[in-house]
Design a protein around this ligand. Structure first.
Ligand SMILES: [Zn+2]
Length: 262
């Protein structure tokens, strides 16, 4: 684990570039270098016989070094937007819903299609209790933005369908790329589908299982009016996030107000 002091210094930077643990700690590392031809010498014009070739893996487009334009990274109001990713999860989503209800505030749930299909009653409850939905891909594909337009579109559609099977006609306002590994192509496709691309401005890295007091310190240190806070109600042991939220939700409500992003 990193020393606290360094951690605090690095936080500002880290907050903007990470998120969703499955992406790994250095999401950029996975970006493939521009592929060089394996044989630089002139090759014969004849195509190899198809019977002897294995189908080439579709090439993934690189993740840009800078986040693409058009992402929503602020709540759009003075209030702070709370976002909960990777669920729904029967252990934690009901706890967060109960906390939000007690505080009389609304949040955005970035749900994974497979989870929505498995726990439709939780998706329905999220909607029934007045919260907002965000598509977070079918199976939390951190490389989704790097795939073909058709693959991106069908993943988002499949996820929307699972959500609508659980909560027919519920508006799906947002899309959030797992790990925040956006590409411009993906942002464009999401927008064409009526899904607004939602990033974040505060990431306490709760997916890495820091103690609740660290999650609280990170969120309180970085949150301002209009922040979008990223946390997780699924994807692993979220007991520390649940504990942190018992303090954070009333605290952020009192200091900034809690609002849905818009
Ligand atoms: Zn995620």
């Amino acid at each position: 684990m990193r020393p606290r002091a360094l951690s605090a210094l690095a936080l500002g930077l880290v907050l903007l570039v990470t998120g969703c643990g499955e992406a790994g700690k250095s999401p950029e590392k996975a970006a493939a270098p521009p592929s060089a031809s394996p044989s630089p010498s002139p090759t014969p014009v004849t195509k190899p016989s198809p019977t002897h070739t294995t189908p080439a893996k579709p090439k993934l487009r690189p993740v840009p070094k800078k986040l693409p334009a058009g992402l929503h990274r602020a709540s759009g109001s003075n209030g702070v937007a709370l976002t909960f990713d990777d669920g729904p999860d029967p252990r934690y989503t009901p706890q967060i819903l109960a906390q939000l209800r007690a505080a009389r505030v609304k949040a955005t749930f970035c749900v994974v299609g497979k989870q929505a299909k498995r726990y439709p009653e939780l998706v329905a409850r999220i909607v029934r209790e007045g919260h907002q939905l965000c598509n977070h891909s079918w199976h939390h594909d951190v490389n989704l933005g790097r795939r073909s337009a058709a693959e991106i579109r069908s993943d988002l559609e499949r996820t929307n369908e699972a959500i609508h099977a659980a909560a027919p006609k519920a508006p799906i306002t947002w899309f959030r790329q797992p790990g925040g590994r956006w590409t411009a192509e993906e942002v464009a496709i999401a927008k064409q589908m009526g899904l607004r691309p939602l990033h974040w401005s505060v990431d306490p890295q709760d997916w890495d299982h820091p103690p609740a007091k660290t999650i609280i310190k990170r969120v309180k240190g970085a949150t301002r009016h209009g922040s979008v806070v990223l946390m997780h109600d699924a994807g692993g042991d979220r007991a520390q996030t649940m504990a942190a939220c018992r303090h954070l939700i009333p605290d952020l409500k009192r200091r900034f107000g809690i609002a849905l992003p818009r």
